[in-house]
Design a protein around this ligand. Structure first.
Ligand SMILES: NC(=O)c1ccc[n+]([C@@H]2O[C@H](COP(=O)([O-])OP(=O)(O)OC[C@H]3O[C@@H](n4cnc5c(N)ncnc54)[C@H](O)[C@@H]3O)[C@@H](O)[C@H]2O)c1
Length: 271
């Protein structure tokens, strides 16, 4: 089969759905995988293309991931041009107050979910010319965010995996990249920011986001554009959305206190 195919986790909503939409419009075959069966059905209907398959998948289950890849392979003509490891959760809170169960869940979904995905998909990625393995990290992986210490750790792990695998998978001609989104308008951002416990980053903040710079509100389609750019431009490894998110990494390289102050200003602004 000549049609290119993308496998997306967390595909039922937010950035995953927007990316599915973008690639379906461009004529790709799109596999959306997610925990949420009802949202998957709605997502398929919203895209409205025959070239969309959906599958219920919990990314924390390696066997289920292998099974999902098998189903996708049978449907796509045994090709996976892009693996988009995008499923994630972002519960916040003071580290000392988070339950161990919540901490484990963040690491399970955000880190093991990506590792299981790459391991399950490696054989099909190897069989596909010019394949790309791209995962969703976060702006928190430029400088960690207060109230998001565990989430921060999970997204630094994704960024580290990307860099290491960009070396390890080169021998198979598999490219590796990640996206580092700032504030993207998705159900996750709205849920997490609406809680309003009065603590940094849980201010009911959508309307308080800065209007310019790294933390201005971006549409989910900006992530779809970044994934598209990553597939069509093999040079960068990290795709910052918006580009200004990358400024923190650049500043940090020479002046870590300056980077720390910038993040502090953002998190504690108006307090
Ligand atoms: N929205 C933002 O501002 C923002 C910023 C930086 C990074 N991110 C990251 O972007 C990714 C997508 O987030 P989003 O904003 O679109 O969130 P979202 O909550 O709108 O979508 C995430 C999807 O992942 C699915 N999911 C959760 N756990 C899963 C599991 N165990 N197995 C399979 N699917 C699962 C959910 O059902 C949901 O459909 C996440 O990795 C998130 O951490 C988001």
């Amino acid at each position: 089969m000549n049609t290119k195919a993308i496998f997306i986790t967390g595909g039922a909503g937010g950035m995953g759905l927007a990316t599915g939409q973008r690639f379906a419009e461009a004529g790709w075959r799109v596999g959306l995988f997610d925990l949420d069966a009802a949202a998957l059905a709605a997502a398929k209907a919203a895209i409205g293309s025959e070239a969309v398959m959906t599958g219920v998948l919990d990314v924390t289950d390696p066997d289920a991931f292998s099974e999902a890849v098998k189903l996708f392979s049978a449907w796509s003509g045994d090709r996976m041009d892009i693996l988009f490891n995008n499923a994630g959760i972002a519960p916040g809170g003071l580290l000392e107050e988070m339950s161990v169960a919540t901490i484990r869940a963040v690491i399970d979904v955000n880190v093991f979910g990506v590792i299981h995905g790459i391991r399950a998909a490696l054989p099909i990625l190897k069989r596909t010319d010019n394949a790309l393995c791209i995962s969703t990290s976060s702006s928190v992986a430029t400088f960690g965010h207060a109230m998001r210490a565990v989430y921060t750790a999970s997204k630094f792990a994704v960024k580290g995996l990307t860099e290491a695998l960009s070396l390890e998978l080169e021998q198979y001609d598999i490219r590796t990249a990640d996206v580092l989104p700032g504030c993207i308008d998705t159900p996750m951002l709205r849920t997490e920011t609406a809680k309003g416990s009065g603590r940094p980053f849980e201010l009911s903040m959508l309307d308080r986001l800065p209007k310019t710079g790294a933390y201005r509100l971006m549409p989910a389609s900006a992530i779809a554009d970044a994934v598209w750019a990553a597939y069509h431009n093999s040079d960068p490894i990290h795709f910052y959305v918006p580009e200004e998110v990358g400024d923190t990494d650049r500043v940090k390289a020479t002046d870590i206190q300056a980077a720390r102050s910038e993040i502090k200003d953002f998190l504690f602004r108006g307090r």
